[in-house]
Write a new protein. Structure first.
Length: 303
């Protein structure tokens, strides 16, 4: 059955509107129904068929969320120019079309984060630059820029930013400090990363993030046994369902991403230890992530 016939069938099976107000019982539009078909197709690896349905949804609602989803799909489909056109439009807008966003100043950061999740750091860099330039005192935006530069293979460009951030980190909370340590380690600044990670973290959630980053030190040294142990300890500090459940509340999404990233790295360590069945189990858990580079790496282990 073709996609068009699936959508037509869904429309035909939708409940007919009654005399109640239109917003209560109105049949879903083809774009709404097509959107649910798109998700299923995407999950089945048929992104080429899902893409026009994502586009229809974005055109119909004009919400930032739907347009960002479409841009991410374009990036995953190898169409960066189309994605950049969507990002540029979002970054230039201000007003009701943003449907509740905090304004134009935040859009470049959201575009950069979306591109990173979609595995396109080179696309993310200019938007991260714009976000940082719009509010130079915002450490979070500078950390985003560092993350984009490192992921795009430009650690030298990230190091001056890291030096400035390190000078401000003394009064930071645990979350930003741990992210700074992650960035320091990614650019080869191991001593600086160890110093940032030496501070005790009081909460189990914070400890999970800190252990996850500490494991990168062991991975860097090819100490597979220690890496596997540290990552297992990290995963135990949060509910296991975070990695296993397909969907979680938005407030938990970054935590779920970190847990699945930890699962991927633990899979790598277990593989090097000759524990292939356990490695495959961890890689399968990691493959459910919405971070494209984690999903792609997990797919390689599962191949």
């Amino acid at each position: 059955m073709t996609l068009s016939r699936i959508v037509i069938l869904l429309v035909a099976l939708a409940p007919a509107p009654s005399s109640a107000p239109a917003h209560a019982d109105e049949a879903p539009s083809p774009a709404e129904l097509g959107f649910y078909v798109a998700i299923q197709l995407d999950e089945q690896g048929q992104l080429d068929k899902a893409l026009p349905l994502y586009a229809a949804r974005a055109r119909e609602t004009l919400t930032q969320h739907d347009r960002l989803r479409y841009a991410a799909a374009l990036l995953r489909a190898g169409q960066p120019e189309g994605a950049k056109a969507v990002f540029d439009r979002l970054a230039s807008e201000v007003g009701s079309v943003e449907h509740g966003s905090a304004g134009r100043a935040y859009a470049p950061a959201i575009c950069a984060s979306t591109a990173l999740l979609a595995g396109s750091p080179a696309v993310a860099v200019p938007y991260a630059h714009a976000a940082s330039a719009a509010e130079r005192r915002d450490a979070g935006r500078r950390l985003l820029l560092v993350r984009a530069l490192v992921a795009a293979g430009e650690p030298a460009a990230a190091r001056p930013l890291l030096a400035g951030l390190a000078g401000e980190a003394g009064d930071w909370g645990d979350g930003p400090r741990i992210e700074l340590a992650r960035a320091e380690l990614a650019t080869g600044e191991v001593k600086a990363a160890r110093t940032l990670l030496a501070r005790a973290v009081p909460t189990s959630l914070g400890q999970m993030f800190q252990d996850s980053v500490r494991a990168n030190l062991a991975l860097r040294d090819h100490n597979w046994q220690k890496a596997a142990q540290v990552l297992e300890a990290a995963e135990r500090k949060v509910p296991r369902s975070l990695a296993d459940d397909r969907k979680v509340d938005g407030a938990w999404r970054n935590i779920q991403r970190e847990v699945r990233s930890a699962a991927l790295r633990r899979a790598l360590a277990l593989w090097h230890l000759g524990k292939q069945p356990a490695a495959v189990a961890e890689a399968r858990r990691a493959s459910a992530t919405d971070e494209e580079y984690v999903r792609a790496a997990a797919s390689i282990l599962l191949a």
